[in-house]
Each structure stands twice: as structure tokens, then as C-alpha cells.
Design a protein around this ligand. Structure first.
Ligand code: FA5
Length: 335
């Protein structure tokens, strides 16, 4: 009777009460066992058999009820679950976005591919040999101080590359001219202000062949600047010094914020420097074993972050690396 009442509404507590009522110290089975003394010796074995049989029946019935009660509890929890796992997923509509530097790199690489360039990668942690000395930076020459270098502790002559120009050396050591490669990548300098970050991105371009001229270089630079800025912004080329080129120069782009009038972003000059360039120095050719009588070449390295800064009118370059999703999510896929 108690068993069927419990089966209709199983609970662990009910099962335990039932167990105590039958099998507990004062339970019915226990008290019957105690009365065995009053049974005659002859009848005792038979009675014992019956009682034991009954007890094990009751024990297994209680085990069964216990399992049923547990199952009931699980089912009850499932029925009350606040989440319907069978419902189809509802999209919030939010989509990820590309980082402005990624967008700029993609546009740049697209233009370089159109011009027949291949991408060549190189190490971010590199030996002085590639980052400086093969690029004609003499030991103790003040030109080394132009770039505030991060040195790698405990590793002699190892640096975080200060520019992507190290790839020029890797490429020229591994491939024979003619060469037409482009190398985007991270670069590092101990620098931080409105237009400088300690980690930034450059894109390096290297062309080596017979009869390569400054005119070829200008053609390539004009092509990709037009792809990003259209005819909107003015550019200017001015002479400058880098030990690995001769002659060398720098490209400035009109500051978008003030349209050349002068503001704090461009230090009141109206221009923002975006990269260096020049014709490969014969000493570099010599360091990598290329015949400088036979070949000429040009190289340039531009700041991708600076290009993004100008293209999107950013007020502070450091915003690019602060990880604010609201800021980073506002740039259109098509720049
Ligand atoms: C160089 O790094 C040369 N390797 C460029 C070069 C390549 C010259 C090939 C000749 C031939 P520079 O130190 O000026 O040059 O840096 C190039 C560009 O990187 C700068 O114009 C600027 O756009 C960007 N840049 C440099 N430092 C930082 C910085 N801390 N944060 C963001 N952009 C930077």
C-alpha cells in the first residue's frame, strides 16, 4: 500500500521513511526477527527462510523505489528547465569587423599583386646582421640611434626588428635577381606619442633588376597611394638619409585633419611622414653577394598605421592598439 502511494509521488525522503519502517532498528522486519526466539527449534529454520526471503524482497523493492525517485527528480528538473535547448539560435545581428590596419594592408597588397609583386615574409626577432649591419649601418655609427631599438636580453646581437628592411637582406640572400617582392609586417621601436607606437606596421617593397630607376619607384608609389587616397591628398617627396640607400628620400602626405594648414597631429607642418625610400646602396649589394655593376634596385618602407591614420582621419595612432571594440568596429570593409 505504502509502495503504491510512493510510486505515484516518488521522493527520496519517502523512500527513506519506508526503509526505516521495515528495515530500521524498530522496523517491522527487525521486530519479526526478534520474535524468532519464541518459535520452536524445529520450526525455526523454516521460519528463518521465509523471513529472509521476505526481507530481501523488501530490500530490492526499496532499491527500485530509490532509483525511480532519482529518475523522477531528474525529469522534474528537465521539465522546469528555463532554457529550451531545442529552440533555434537567434542571431544578435552583430558581425565582427576587420582592424583598420588589416584593411589597409589588404588594399596595399591588392595593388602590389596587380603590379606583379610576390609577398616575402621575414622574422620579427632578428640578428643585428639583418636589421642593421648588412644594411650598411656601421658599428657605432650614429645612424643606429635613428631607430630606438629593443634588444633581446641574454641574446647577443638580437633585436626586435626596427623596420621591415631586414627582409631586403633575407630576400636578397635567398633569391637571385630579378626580384620584385613586398613584405608587410610588425615592427618595434621604443616610441610613443600621437603618431608613434612601440609596435607598428610597415610594408617594405624591394625591386632589383637591370636598369631599374627612380622613375620605376615613383610609378609604384603613385599607384598604391592613389588606390587609397584617390586624387584627394597631395604628396611630397624630399631628400633624406638612410645608410642602405643612395640617393634616399622620404614621402610626406598632406595631413587630413587640417588639409595642410597645420595642426597638432602634424606638428603644425601640414604634412605627415609616411615612409622612406631610395635606390639600393652598393654596400648592401656587396653584403649579400649581388653584382652592383650589373643590377640596380629600389626599396621603400611605409608605415601602414600612418596610412590608416590619414585615410580614416584618426586623432591618435595609439587608439589602434587599445583594443576598444567600439572604436575598432566603425571602419567600413571597403576603405
Ligand atoms: C625606415 O624604417 C626605413 N626602413 C624605410 C626605408 C625603407 C627607407 C627602404 C629606404 C628604403 P623610418 O624610420 O622613417 O624609415 O620609418 C618609416 C615609416 O614607418 C615612417 O615614415 C612612419 O610612417 C613609420 N613609423 C616609424 N616609426 C613609427 C612608430 N613608432 N609608430 C608608427 N609608425 C612609425
Amino acid at each position: 500500500e505504502q509502495k503504491s502511494a510512493l510510486a505515484a509521488n516518488p521522493s527520496a525522503k519517502g523512500v527513506e521513511e519506508l526503509r526505516v519502517a521495515f528495515l530500521g532498528r524498530k522496523g517491522q522486519v527487525t521486530s519479526i526477527m526478534e520474535q524468532m526466539r519464541n518459535i520452536s527449534k524445529d520450526d525455526r529454520p523454516e521460519a528463518g527462510k521465509i523471513i529472509n526471503k521476505t526481507r530481501s524482497k523488501i530490500e530490492s523493492a526499496i532499491e527500485e523505489l530509490k532509483a525511480e525517485a532519482e529518475e523522477f527528480l531528474i525529469q522534474q528538473k528537465l521539465d522546469q528547465a528555463p532554457i529550451d535547448i531545442s529552440l533555434p539560435v537567434q542571431s544578435s545581428g552583430a558581425k565582427g569587423s576587420l582592424h583598420p590596419v588589416t584593411l589597409m594592408r589588404r588594399v596595399l597588397l591588392k595593388e602590389f599583386r596587380k603590379l606583379g609583386f610576390t609577398v616575402y615574409d621575414g622574422p620579427e626577432v632578428d640578428l643585428d646582421l639583418y636589421n642593421f649591419s648588412s644594411l650598411n649601418f656601421k658599428d657605432d655609427h650614429p645612424a643606429r640611434d635613428m631607430q630606438d631599438t629593443f634588444f633581446v636580453k641574454d641574446f647577443d646581437k638580437t633585436v626586435l626588428r626596427t623596420h621591415t628592411s631586414n627582409i631586403q637582406i633575407h630576400a636578397l640572400m635567398n633569391q637571385q635577381p630579378p626580384l620584385r617582392v613586398v613584405s608587410p609586417g610588425r615592427t618595434y621601436r621604443c616610441d610613443s606619442d600621437l603618431t608613434h607606437t612601440p609596435m607598428f606596421h610597415q610594408i617594405e617593397c624591394l625591386v632589383v633588376d637591370q636598369n631599374i630607376s627612380m622613375g620605376d619607384m615613383k610609378g609604384v608609389i603613385d599607384t598604391f597611394l592613389k588606390a587609397i587616397f584617390g586624387d584627394d591628398l597631395e604628396t611630397r617627396l624630399r631628400p633624406s638619409y638612410f645608410p642602405f640607400v643612395e640617393p634616399g628620400g622620404e614621402v610626406d602626405l598632406q595631413c587630413v585633419s587640417c588639409r595642410g594648414k597645420g595642426c597638432r597631429i602634424c606638428s603644425q607642418t601640414g604634412w605627415l611622414e609616411i615612409g622612406g625610400l631610395g635606390m639600393i646602396h652598393p654596400n648592401v649589394f656587396e653584403a649579400v653577394g649581388v653584382d652592383s655593376e650589373r643590377y640596380t634596385g629600389f626599396a621603400f618602407g611605409f608605415g601602414i598605421d600612418r596610412i590608416a591614420m590619414l585615410r580614416y582621419g584618426l586623432q591618435d595612432l595609439r587608439q589602434l592598439f587599445e583594443g576598444n571594440q567600439q572604436f575598432l568596429g566603425q571602419f567600413p570593409i571597403q576603405p
